[in-house]
Design a protein around this ligand. Structure first.
Ligand SMILES: *[C@@H]1O[C@H](CO)[C@@H](O)[C@H](O)[C@H]1NC(C)=O
Ligand SMILES: *[C@@H]1O[C@H](CO)[C@@H](O)[C@H](O)[C@H]1NC(C)=O
Ligand SMILES: *[C@@H]1O[C@H](CO)[C@@H](O)[C@H](O)[C@H]1NC(C)=O
Length: 262
């Protein structure tokens, strides 16, 4: 019996490994576990903030690039900043959610009066929650930052399955190649993926359901339908989300930054 179970596990492992040749173990299945002294519910809470960051900050509930992040002080459980992908808002192709998060949080720390050296030291006490697995650019930037933890929702593999162009490297490969840096980062995957996956499933799949507050429309001159915000979506969203979330995002979000750049 034990022998059969071990064999099944080995075969499952081999099946997963084929996606990432040479990499036997991918850090999936972290749902519900209290890792590094953080209750599982807190992981879910901050991942939901990250997953709604584009809706809140960029004002689009059915965005084509719905990548959002929340950066939290791991021990105090306090939000440092919320940020959203702003490639389309700024024309700056490096402004993925995670890079924007590093930028916005740096501004927050600078505004608090931290010196550059204090800022560099602060990252190790933070966790970044990101609803999509970091791409190689972002994973590298996060490893350079010395951030203490990175927690992601939807895997690069699922992003690709949903039709999105990606660089075909899992973030764990960047982590495994960055062993010479003088700090470690705990890297947790697939947290709240049951809620982050649908965020990325509708952009290239005309059969996929739209996110809440959006419906499929074929715009004039287009050959494929696209999820488009319902009129009055913001009121309906504001009724559903908690006031505490609204207050957090108002205090720590990046509204002004996003719009300053337009
Ligand atoms: C993070 O929270 C801890 C515990 O409250 C605090 O001691 C530390 O200064 C905080 N880190 C930063 C960079 O604010
Ligand atoms: C997603 O899974 C989490 C547990 O990991 C659960 O708390 C949550 O209710 C689920 N979300 C939905 C929409 O079912
Ligand atoms: C497209 O969406 C439908 C409905 O959610 C799903 O059944 C189908 O598997 C999706 N197609 C792909 C290629 O993911």
């Amino acid at each position: 019996m034990l022998r059969t179970t071990l064999l099944t596990l080995a075969l499952t492992g081999a099946a997963c490994a084929t996606h990432y040749p040479g990499l036997g173990l991918h850090n999936d299945y972290q749902q519900g576990l209290a890792i590094n002294g953080v209750p599982a519910e807190d992981r879910l809470k901050w991942m939901r903030i990250a997953n709604n960051a584009v809706r809140e900050i960029n004002g689009d509930p059915c965005s084509i690039a719905p990548f959002g992040v929340a950066v939290v002080n791991t021990t105090s459980n306090e939000l440092v900043c919320v940020a959203a992908n702003r490639v389309g808002l700024t024309g700056n192709p490096t402004q993925h959610g995670e890079i924007t998060g590093l930028d916005v949080c740096s501004e927050v720390l600078r505004a608090k009066g931290l010196s550059p050296q204090e800022m560099l030291a602060a990252w190790k006490s933070f966790t970044m929650y990101t609803n999509g697995e970091p791409c190689p650019m972002c994973a590298s930037a996060l490893r350079w930052s010395g951030i203490g933890e990175v927690v992601w929702g939807t895997s690069i593999e699922s992003l690709i399955a949903g039709g999105r162009s990606q660089i075909y490297l899992p973030s764990s490969m960047i982590v495994s190649a960055s062993y010479a840096l003088g700090h470690q980062t705990l890297w947790l995957g697939s947290v709240l993926s049951n809620e982050t996956d649908p965020t990325f499933a509708h952009q290239f799949n005309e059969s996929a359901p739209c996110p809440a507050d959006c419906q499929r429309v074929t715009l004039p001159g287009k050959r494929v339908s696209q999820c488009t915000a319902n009129p009055g979506w913001r009121e309906s969203w504001e009724k559903r989300r908690g006031q505490w979330e609204a207050n957090l995002i108002a205090e720590h979000g990046a509204h002004s930054h996003a719009h300053d750049e337009l």
